[in-house]
Design a protein around this ligand. Structure first.
Ligand code: ZN
Length: 395
């Protein structure tokens, strides 16, 4: 009986895994590239619907009384060293652009691209958490619904120069979705001028959440709006681009190092350490059916309880930053103590983002009522680098 159950379960596991891998592995890279490439096309946020044009924005910086020694736009853009001298006198620092506990209820998913060659992309650690031409940093939250109210906050004192609102929140998945946000890739956003040529741009805010206007003075931590899913994005986050003049600066390295990774002389611009975590779990949980990435990002399957007549018990894990050679281990133990899943599988290619699951079907009988124990381990070079242990209850 046990053997048969194992066999049944193995079949079920294989079936689910097959669906998951088959669709995901072929579609994800293209999808991620599509959606994330345009997470914030350089400069698009400048074209805020109700804000100034990019040229007006640049003029405003040059005309600012605090704009170092530059007096014209061409001075500002062409004499980077001059601006740098001014920076050294008063080094600017940026706080994180989101009000959350990093590593607990938010995390950095994508970093600026340090490789100027196309289509290559590499983050400042030489890792994969970026994409070609990504010019900012993406602070993500694990899940989002219209009721989610996580503040996007100003990273440094300054003056609001542009804002946009009114763009709907939705994940961009198809070419039609993509077309719908052409030229408004930043979605609902805000730009802040910090003086001395420095500015920040915040993208993908929730519709109707933007609470500042051009001309408003902000301090570090002033709420600008809330995290959303507007513009060209596939996951809930705020994208922040730090600029000096028109150049996007990687805040993890500072302005002196415009390209390359694993630099020995970094001068991060963050006011607090922002640790690099290359791999982690976004969410995990139980569900009565196959789980998609959409389900995870959009707040579905948050309960650890399933109805007794559920068609299946699925233990699912949404992880990020997986590398070829990593090994996933799953176990699922029924209320009577039987181990129904004990499965190990390798990751055969670097993967930014992945939803996978195992489970027990009901073709040969209903789910056992009681507490189910599930665990997931992600193993790299013999070490567990991410894990989730959960107890689900079938009522
Ligand atoms: Zn981004």
């Amino acid at each position: 009986m046990n053997r048969r159950l194992d066999q049944l379960n193995q079949n079920f596991l294989t079936l689910l895994g097959g669906l998951n891998y088959g669709g995901r592995r072929r579609s994800l890279p293209a999808l991620m590239a599509l959606a994330l490439t345009a997470c914030a096309v350089p400069g698009t946020g400048d074209r805020a619907a109700s804000g100034p044009s990019p040229q007006t924005k640049t003029d405003a910086i040059a005309a600012s009384p605090t704009a170092s020694t530059s007096s014209t736009v061409s001075d500002l853009l062409g004499q980077g060293d001059q601006t740098l001298v001014a920076d050294n006198n008063a080094p600017i620092r940026f706080g994180k652009p989101i009000d959350c506990k990093l590593g607990e209820d938010c995390f950095v998913l994508l970093y600026p691209d340090r490789d100027p060659a196309k289509p290559n992309a590499i983050d400042y650690t030489c890792g994969q958490l970026t994409y070609d031409d990504h010019n900012g940093t993406d602070f993500a939250i694990p899940t989002w619904t219209p009721d989610t109210a996580v503040p996007v906050i100003a990273s440094a004192p300054g003056t609001v120069t542009a804002r946009r609102d009114g763009v709907p929140d939705r994940r961009i998945l198809t070419p039609e979705d993509q077309a719908s946000v052409k030229d408004i890739e930043c979605g609902n956003g805000v730009m802040v001028d910090h003086g001395n040529g420095w500015s920040t741009q915040y993208c993908h805010l929730k519709r109707d959440s933007v609470r500042v206007q051009p001309g408003d003075r902000v301090e570090t931590g002033t709420p600008l709006g809330e995290v959303g899913l507007s513009g060209m994005t596939t996951f809930p986050h705020v994208h922040i681009t730090v600029r000096r003049g028109s150049d996007a600066i990687d805040p993890f390295t500072g302005p002196a190092q415009s390209t390359g990774c694993n630099l020995t002389a970094r001068s991060p611009l963050w006011s607090e350490p922002i640790p690099y975590r290359e791999t982690g779990i976004v969410r995990s949980g139980f569900a009565p059916q196959a789980v998609t990435e959409d389900d995870s990002w959009l707040g579905r399957w948050t309960s650890d309880e399933l109805a007794g007549d559920s068609p299946a018990l699925i233990f699912w894990i949404h992880s990020y930053g997986l590398r070829a050679g990593d090994v996933e281990q799953f176990t699922l133990i029924a209320p009577d103590g039987r181990k129904l899943v004990d499965h190990t599988q390798p990751i055969d290619g670097d993967t930014k983002n992945r939803v996978v699951y195992v489970g027990q079907g009901t073709r040969f009988g209903p789910l056992q009522k009681g507490q189910w124990r599930a665990s997931f381990r992600l193993v790299r070079n013999g070490q567990v680098i991410a894990q989730s242990d959960r107890v689900g209850t079938v009522r």
